[in-house]
Design a protein around this ligand. Structure first.
Ligand SMILES: *Cc1c(COP(=O)(O)O)cnc(C)c1O
Length: 391
């Protein structure tokens, strides 16, 4: 049979059936696996392959199914799962960076990623430099002989900045630097960074991959020679994914393509309708022509994803009034949920940054981030518009 298309693989990549011939994958809640003989057990322990099930910190059939699906959707050879998105990010840094090394990162990264770069890596003698997502020409001068890794999110959280992956990958290739992309905002249904030259792609599976705000998870995919040392780091240090979470996440992937289409269609319509609203000074969405990197978004994404941001003219005070007036939309800092969520990054996810650091990554006092859910768009709009009236 011809190679299945991605939306089919998101459903049909499945663990080998057990003797029960089940249709859907069972939940493999077992901490360890057994052997038929002492020789088999000795051979399993002698191997460092993720394909031999020994202990669920090392591998588990349900976790493998989830990883194989993501790797297949991202166009990667191999992958490894972690308990959270931050565990995926931290494990990647710990595996590929040593004392004396240097990392070049976009300054507009998830709040906890910023904390790892600025507070923890320096403790182990690993230095970092930040570049502005809107100035890709500033990247190359930051690369030093000690630079091992370049890290970015596109679209970024929460500013929705977009960078040309092909251009960054060419710089990384020239200087033999690993390009690691956090693809959390797009998901592999919308963007596959490996196609544009990324070496490793990672996710917080907690967001659109789960898609229903139920479990935490992370995953990293790429070439076998890069994933294997990551696998060994995770197997030995323990930030592994739980079999239950993997079961939920693999099930969630069956609806990823349908969900992302609906998230993006609603987000584009919502963003279009909010443009020019009297209380709003600007609206940002990757597939709005007014987005500064609209052409790049069109090149590397199949739709604009599920996140829209806007700036309230009234600043912080207006932002508080807006959140307090919401009736349907949830006030929480998660994203990528079936329920629409509003957040105010300056007082939540990015509260640990200084005011000037927030300014430098485009987080203004009145910035509202909407993770557009799967409810009827008319209900989402009704709530947004009445809350804007009161802001
Ligand atoms: C949420 C998030 C993370 C962290 O993931 P957790 O699963 O919460 O640990 C990393 N990157 C981005 C872009 C995120 O939105």
């Amino acid at each position: 049979m011809a190679k299945q298309r991605p939306a089919t693989r998101a459903i049909r990549v499945q663990t080998k059936k057990t003797a029960q011939k089940e249709h859907s994958t069972p939940l493999f809640l077992t901490s360890s696996f057994t052997y038929d003989s002492a020789e088999d057990m000795a051979a399993a322990f002698a191997s460092d392959s993720p394909e031999v099930n020994i202990y669920s910190r090392f591998s588990n059939p349900g976790v493998d199914e989830f990883v194989n699906k993501i790797a297949s959707l991202e166009g990667a050879e191999s992958g490894v799962a972690t308990g959270t998105g931050m565990a995926a990010i931290f494990s990647t840094f710990m595996t590929f960076l040593s004392k004396g090394d240097h990392i070049v990162s976009a300054s507009a990264v998830f709040g906890s990623t910023h904390t790892i770069l600025t507070k923890y890596l320096p403790k182990w003698g690993i230095d970092y430099s930040y570049f502005d997502m809107n100035k890709p020409e500033t990247i190359e001068p930051l690369i030093r002989p000690a630079t091992k890794l370049l890290y970015l999110e596109t679209p970024s959280n929460p500013g929705l900045d977009i960078i040309d992956l092909e251009l960054v990958a060419a710089i990384c290739k020239k200087h033999k630097v690993l390009l690691v992309v956090d693809n959390c905002f797009a998901t592999p249904a919308v963007q596959q960074p490996i196609r544009f030259g990324a070496d490793l792609v990672l996710h917080s599976a907690t967001k659109f991959i789960d898609g229903q705000g139920r479990v935490l998870g992370g995953v990293i995919v790429g070439r076998k020679e890069l994933v294997h040392p990551l696998y060994l780091f995770i197997r030995n240090t323990g930030p592994s994914m739980s079999p239950f979470n993997a079961w939920v996440l693999s099930k969630s992937l069956e609806t990823l393509f349908v969900r992302m289409d609906r998230h993006a269609a609603s987000a584009l319509e919502l963003a279009t309708k909010l443009q020019g609203h009297a209380k709003i000074s600007s609206v940002k969405y990757p597939f709005l022509e007014s987005h500064p990197q609209y052409a790049i978004a069109q090149k590397q994404m199949t739709n604009g994803g599920g996140i829209v941001t806007f700036e309230l003219k009234g600043g912080v005070e207006s932002g508080r009034k807006f959140l307090n007036a919401l009736q349907l939309i949830s006030m929480t800092n998660n994203l990528g949920d079936s329920r629409t969520i509003a957040s105010h990054p300056a007082s939540t996810t990015h509260s640990k940054l200084t005011e000037s650091e927030r300014q430098s990554v485009g987080i203004t006092p009145g910035l509202i981030r909407i993770s557009v859910g799967l409810e009827d768009l008319a209900d989402i709009m009704d709530d947004l518009l009445q809350a804007l009236d009161q802001s």
